[in-house]
Design a protein around this ligand. Structure first.
Ligand code: SAM
Ligand code: TMP
Ligand code: ZN
Length: 404
């Protein structure tokens, strides 16, 4: 197996077996066969990029029925609003600025830019969410971003001051084409800003459920700097973010256009000191994951045998890995509650647990709820205090199996 970035040798370190597509919710009674692939992760021995070993064709994941909505969390709405406001007063403060967002989804970030009257374009291949963005006044192109798209955006709109991508770059295996597109589209002094789950947080918290079909890469400052340099760019800033269980926001600029901030050297040094991409560290991570599976299965089996009522909270893409890797089904978790309209009334991929709207969660409350949307724990626990008052207990499995 060869690295998708540099063709170096991949060192596999965690294997989750056969898995369904994480966002392919099943219609009850639909005889259509589900698509499965082999979910396993490896480390490139040359460039240190951590990546999936098997690539799922992009059209199977990102299409008109893609269900995920950026606006599903109030914390994320505020997060994108504050990022948009910051860009407007910094990178986009010059004359007639232009910003492009890759994977703009339902327009949660770009609608702030549109409301400010600033030139923008969202590039979003999933038609359903792109339509939601357009309905909010966002200019969207229904397309996958890659080198060819960049050339046609440049021809139509001219160069961009900023290209931004949240939780999207790590979804894209073909980064050589993306980097070529950025080189085409960005002004000489333009920047590429992107944020994705951070391998440092995944390893520290043993948050193995960040590993699923759509998350192809697990970035570090070290691997991102290497990627940037291969394409004439430099990593000039990094910022740790608390959202989605721990992310890093990376800023790339053309080589020699800007000097790197001290935060870059600090994060590179921290990664080195933690031996983050040493095989031994990643094998320890895999051992913790196996332990989590054993404890979670034992807990849920005991609860079922005791006659406890157990629901799931948040039919996240992440939960597909937990449910299928641990072999959890409707015998252990009656249903999963989720606010996303396109997930409700359907079954979780592979594990076939019904997904119901949030009103079902309180009717009546369960004895236990597995918090699959643990990355939104603060927001969810703040609004679900009645569950605790009714005697309910949360089950968490990151960083380890615990009752709260
Ligand atoms: N940026 C939003 C956020 O952070 O909430 C949405 C993230 S969602 C997990 C990933 C998005 O990337 C999807 O809407 C998907 O359609 C889009 N996407 C996947 N491949 C892409 C590509 N090559 N170019 C642009 N968008 C892409
Ligand atoms: P995410 O972890 O990928 O952002 O997905 C979160 C999922 O959890 C998404 O399907 C929406 C759902 N959700 C709820 O059902 N209730 C909530 O309060 C929040 C914040 C999310
Ligand atoms: Zn490599």
């Amino acid at each position: 197996m060869a690295c998708r970035i540099c063709s170096g040798r991949l060192h596999p370190f965690a294997d989750f077996g056969s898995q369904p597509l994480s966002d392919a919710f099943v219609t009850p009674g639909d005889p259509g066969a589900e698509f499965f692939f082999h979910l396993a992760v490896g480390l490139c021995e040359s460039c240190s990029m951590v990546q999936l070993l098997e690539e799922v064709p992009r059209e199977r994941m990102f299409h008109a029925g893609y269900p995920y909505l950026s606006s599903g969390s109030s914390v994320m709405r505020e997060h994108f609003q504050s990022l948009a406001k910051r860009l407007l007063t910094t990178e986009l403060a010059g004359p007639d600025p232009f910003v492009v967002e890759l994977g703009c989804n339902d327009g949660t970030m770009l609608s702030v830019i549109a409301d400010a009257g600033v030139r923008h374009l969202g590039v979003e291949p999933s038609g359903g969410v792109a339509d939601l963005a357009a309905a909010r006044g966002v200019r969207v192109r229904k397309d996958f971003f890659e080198a060819g798209t960049a050339a046609s955006v440049l021809a139509a709109d001219g160069p961009a001051d900023v290209v931004y991508a949240a939780n999207t770059l790590c979804h894209i295996p073909y980064l050589d084409s993306i980097m070529e597109g950025l080189d085409t589209l960005l002004r000489p002094e333009g920047v590429f800003v992107f944020e994705d789950p951070y391998l440092g947080d995944i390893v520290q918290r043993a948050s193995f459920d960040q590993i699923y079909d759509e998350h192809f890469y697990f970035f570090t400052a070290t691997s991102v700097r290497g990627l940037a340099r291969r394409h004439g760019f430099e990593l000039v800033d990094v910022e740790r973010l608390p959202v989605h269980g721990g992310e890093v926001r990376y800023t790339l600029a053309r080589r020699d256009a800007r000097s790197p901030s001290p935060a870059v050297a600090a994060l590179l040094a921290a990664e080195e000191a933690a031996a983050l991409t040493e095989p031994a560290t990643l094998h320890r991570f895999a051992a913790r994951v196996a332990d989590t599976r054993e404890r979670l299965v034992r807990l849920l089996t005991d609860l079922r045998d005791q006659g406890a009522r157990v629901y799931g909270y948040g039919a996240t893409a992440k939960s597909a890995t937990v449910l299928n890797y641990c072999g959890l089904g409707p015998d252990l978790i009656t249903f999963v509650s989720d606010t996303t309209p396109a997930k409700q009334g359907r079954l979780t991929p592979g594990s076939h647990i019904p997904v119901l709207g949030p009103e079902a969660f309180a009717d009546p409350y369960p004895d236990y709820a597995v918090l699959f949307a643990w990355n939104h724990a603060e927001e969810i626990m703040a609004k679900e205090t009645a569950f605790g008052r009714a005697g309910g207990t949360w089950i968490l499995y990151v960083p380890e199996v615990q009752l709260v």
